[in-house]
Design a protein around this ligand. Structure first.
Ligand SMILES: [Zn+2]
Length: 54
């Protein structure tokens, strides 16, 4: 698990990568679980985010 910081609301959230497939590299959305702000990053899987705080 990684910890990311939202560029919009400045809150920290957890980020995990699932379904990693070698050779598959796409830009996937990383959605802030607090405010919905979306960034994209290239990955060989799919990102899931979750709140670290309420
Ligand atoms: Zn946010």
């Amino acid at each position: 698990m990684e910890v990311e910081k939202c560029q919009k609301c400045n809150k920290e959230f957890g980020l995990t990568e699932t379904n990693c497939q070698p050779g598959h590299r796409e830009s996937e959305d990383i959605t802030c679980p607090y405010c919905g702000y979306i960034t994209t990053r290239r990955t060989n899987g799919v990102f899931r985010t979750f709140k670290l705080e309420e």
